[in-house]
Every structure is written in C-alpha cells, then in structure tokens.
Design a protein around this ligand. Sequence first.
Ligand code: EPU
Length: 338
Amino acid sequence: MIIENDKSLQHHNSFGIKVSAKYFAEITSLEDFRILIDDPKIKKENKIILGGGSNILFTKDFDGLVIKNSLTGIELIKEDAYNTWVRAASGEIWHPFVLFCVERKLAGIENLSLIPGQVGAAPMQNIGAYGMEVKDTCHTVEAIHLATGESMIFNNEDCEFGYRESIFKHRYKDELLITAVTFKLNKIFKPKINYGDIRLTLEEMRVDEITMKAVSDAVIKIRSSKLPDPKEIGNAGSFFKNPVISKKKFNALIKKYPLMPNFPQQNGMVKVPAGWLIEQCGWKGKVVGQTGVHKAQALVLVNYGGATGNEIYALALKIQESVLEKFGIEIVPEVNVV
Ligand code: EPU
C-alpha cells in the first residue's frame, strides 16, 4: 500500500470535481487499514473513507487522508429453508453485487439494481428505490473504529435506519470504516412492482413471467432512462432528500396544488417528491454556467464539465431558497457536502 501525496480526486468522485487530497491511500485488506491508522505520520490527520464517491460533493481540497476502500469478497455464509445470508466486503461495487444475488435467485435487493456506489455505503445511506430499502435485508454491519481500532458489529436494530438515514450518518459520522455487510436474503421471491413505472416497464418488456431478473432488468431500464450516467455527465444521483411534512402543512398545500404527488407515511406525516417541487419552481433542465438541473429528473444536479464544487453548491442553495419561498418547505441535501 502506498500513501500518495497531493492526489487528484477528480476520478474518485462521480461529480468529477477537480480537487485533491493531502494524502491518499487505497486499502485492499484489513491489514492495510490497520497499518494505515497506526502510521505516526498520519495519525493526527483528518480522515475520510471514500467508496464509489457517488454521494459526495467536494467543495475544497481535502486537508487530510482519503482512504479509498477496495476491500473485496462475497461469501454465502449460511442458509435455512427460507433465507440465505450473504456477506459482502464493503468495497464491493453495489450493482454487480445485486446481480450476483439475482443470479443465485436470492431476493430482497433486486429493486436496488444500478444504484451507484459500494456495498459499504448501502447501510450508511439506507439506499432505497422502487419500494425497497437496504434496511429490509441488512442483517449485520461490521466496522472498525478509526480512532481506537476497535472492531464493532451492528445488528439491524443497532443501525437506527430511517429514510436515507442510519447511525453511521449521525453518531458515528466519519468515525468508522464499515468493513463488511451481511444481508439476509429470501429464497422465496415476492415481486415488489407496484412502485413507479416498474409494472408498466415489465409490460413493455413483454416478459412471460415476472422473475427476479425481469424486475432487475426493468429497474435498470427505468434508471437508465431517467438518471444521467456519471461517466458521461458528472452527478451524484438525487442531490436532495424528499421532504416529509406534517399533515397540516400538506392539507394546506394540496388545496393550492391539487396535482402535488404525495406519499402518506405510517407516522401520519406525508412525503412529497423534491423533484416535483423543484420542477414547479422552474429549475428542471436549467443550465447555470457549467452546472445544471437534469432535464429528466429535477432532483439530480449535474456538472457539465469543469464546474467547481462551490458552483454546484451555490446552485443547490438557490434551489433550496426557491422551494422554501414557493412552498414553505425546506429541502436538505442527501449528498455529503465536504
Ligand atoms: N417528479 C417530478 N419531476 C421531476 C422528478 C420527479 O414531478 O423532475 C415526480 C414524479 O413524477 C413522481 C415523483 O416525483 O411522481 C417521484 O419521482 P421518482 O419516482 O423519480 O422518484 P424520486 O422520489 O424523485 C426517489 C429516490 C431515488 C430513487 C427513486 C425511485 C430519493 C431522494 N430519491 O427519487 O434515489 O431511484 O425514488 O425509487 O429518495 C438517489 O437516492 O440517488 C436516487 C436516485
């Protein structure tokens, strides 16, 4: 393992922002990691773990050590009549991992096909799409504490999962390296196809049977049509989270905006799509310098090439302001702004 100095991060963040790190090291084993955190030269440095770099916006050079997670390995650890437990190292790339499970007919993450990033980020963000979230199948998360070197294991409840939330984004923010995640997957496949365009897409695909592979293919088709490929246009997927508002606020808004899509939550609150709110404020497809709001999904901010992180962040602030002004709703970034 080499510790590089003044390393460009442009190819390590899906926005393609040109920033650099004071130190950069890629770990491929836990031993690498232990050597790294014990290194006296960098013991006192700020540290961040970088997975796929697909949920981060760098606004400045990173004055510290960037640890690039390249831990790999997938194993089927146990099974019973209904479930198989699959343990994946945190540096495995998410989408191929989903395909690995789909090929083995292990259900529970097929609707999460094509989400960018690595396995380790999945519980951190509680990634979700098309009616499925990682919290539904995440069994355990293994981690090492950056400062103390202590090994830790979190079961599903310990993770304190919420909508795009977990304990790893709050109490343990920037404190842990997630090393592996074990998923409890189902041998019995119950398709979840009521969300969004999945059913329609399956019909268009004229599949004879709704298999796990067909659902995965449908999700891939929908995502590819709506979300820009970061290899072509820099972006980090949804920039904001969908706001969850009170019933009272919702009742007042729906009178004024009867077409506002809405998703009532179990706790009586109502989730409103930020993409719709942003579109109503006239931002969809707008280009501002080298930045912009994607033409097919207003929740996605893009770098058309050469934008700085601050330019994208400035656009995000303007969008936040206009949504607040028009709807009285505060939208907050899902992306980690550093
Ligand atoms: N909508 C608009 N205009 C837009 C975008 C959306 O009116 O520009 C409306 C749609 O018509 C629909 C509703 O908003 O009625 C929801 O849109 P969509 O199904 O595209 O989902 P989303 O709520 O915008 C969330 C996730 C996505 C995930 C999709 C599909 C968040 C922050 N985003 O987006 O996740 O792929 O659902 O399940 O929850 C990500 O997190 O990076 C991400 C891409």
